[in-house]
Design a protein around this ligand. Structure first.
Ligand code: CUA
Length: 339
């Protein structure tokens, strides 16, 4: 490549990188952090280049045609009927289009086969259920072979192909963690599967990608890729029962949860609250967010949520608890200890 051409190419590459750098982040297909996301990102890049070049060529030919036709040559044909150069050009153009389309077809076939081939033979170890408007998370505890439940925060082990089963409990949702995988619908009555092989440690963010009602926008999934040791520790922590209340205020909070309305929908393993209609609260204080990403989990947001859930997430299934401010404070204090 000549010096000028290489300078133009590197300028173009730099512009592309700069414009896409603004799109990177914890919820972006431009920061692929798993094998599957990298394959899809590569396919997207190829499609962008092939279609972009074809588009620029068409514009260039159009510009040349308009330039040559300047000065109104309506009566005079621009080319003779048997112009050899024109016929050669048209054949080359047709060949270029066929080659471009063939490249895209073969590449998308190969990526599709790679995604299908990544399906491990074993049983799923993670199950995610979409609900209006939160995520039920179940992971298999290798120690006991039992499924352990959590909500709205998913952990995955680094470098391990993890089979994930996705289902829905009510309407159609869509499971989408842009940095880790493509979208897959969560359809009532149907079990869909995908595999994620994370290659980068850290937090990323998922989002329901199918309109599912009033709070569709506030249906976020916090996702952490852990080292295998940290992942095992997280699973063990989730499998443990709820921590006992540390002081009298927390004990009063627990009593209110068990005997009041909270326990009619939520489960706190190790206590009398064992309902499964709403998110499992056994280790709620170990999560970063409340109500599927609606607010960071703090004492203030917990107390506000307990007092007036409809103010934070209108339409959510959780009704106002009717607790007095003092009681709401005791419940929040107890929940805060459940790491
Ligand atoms: Cu669930 Cu949108």
């Amino acid at each position: 490549m000549s010096g000028r051409a290489s300078r133009i190419a590197s300028l173009f590459a730099g512009l592309c990188a700069a414009s896409l750098a603004g799109c990177a982040g914890p919820q972006s297909v431009f920061s692929p952090a798993s094998d599957q996301a990298r394959w899809l990102h590569g396919l997207f890049g190829l499609m962008l280049w092939v279609c972009g070049i074809a588009y620029l060529l068409v514009l260039a030919f159009l510009a040349v045609a308009l330039w040559r036709a300047r000065g109104a040559l309506a009566e005079t044909p621009i080319t003779e009927p048997h112009d050899g150069r024109l016929q050669w050009g048209l054949r080359a153009w047709a060949a270029l289009i066929v080659a471009g389309l063939l490249t895209l077809a073969v590449a998308s076939f190969l990526v599709d086969r790679a995604l299908a081939g990544a399906e491990p033979r074993g049983d799923p170890s993670v199950r995610v259920t979409g609900q209006q408007w939160w995520w039920r998370i179940e992971v298999k505890d290798p120690a006991s072979g039992r499924w352990v439940e959590s909500a709205n925060e998913l952990h995955l082990p680094l470098n391990q192909p993890t089979p994930v089963e996705v289902v829905s409990a009510d309407v159609i949702h869509s499971f989408w963690i842009p940095n880790l995988s493509g979208k897959i619908d969560m359809v009532p009555g149907r079990v869909n599967r995908l595999t994620i092989t994370p290659r980068q440690l850290g937090w990323v963010r998922g989002q329901c990608a199918e309109f599912c009602g009033l709070q569709h926008a506030q249906m976020a999934l916090d996702v952490k890729v852990d080292s295998p040791a940290d992942y095992a520790a997280w699973v063990a922590r989730q499998a443990a029962p709820a921590a006992a209340p540390k002081d009298p205020v927390a004990a009063r909070g627990l009593a209110l949860v068990q005997d009041g309305t909270c326990g009619q929908c939520h489960a706190l393993r190790g206590t009398a609250a064992a309902a499964r209609a709403a998110p499992d609260l056994t280790h709620i204080a170990g999560r970063r967010f409340l109500a599927a990403g609606a607010a960071p989990l703090t004492r203030g947001s917990l107390q506000g949520w307990i007092a007036q859930p409809q103010a934070l997430k209108p339409g959510a299934e959780m009704p106002a608890t009717g607790l007095s401010p003092r009681d709401a404070e005791a419940v929040a204090h107890y929940l805060e200890g459940l790491t």
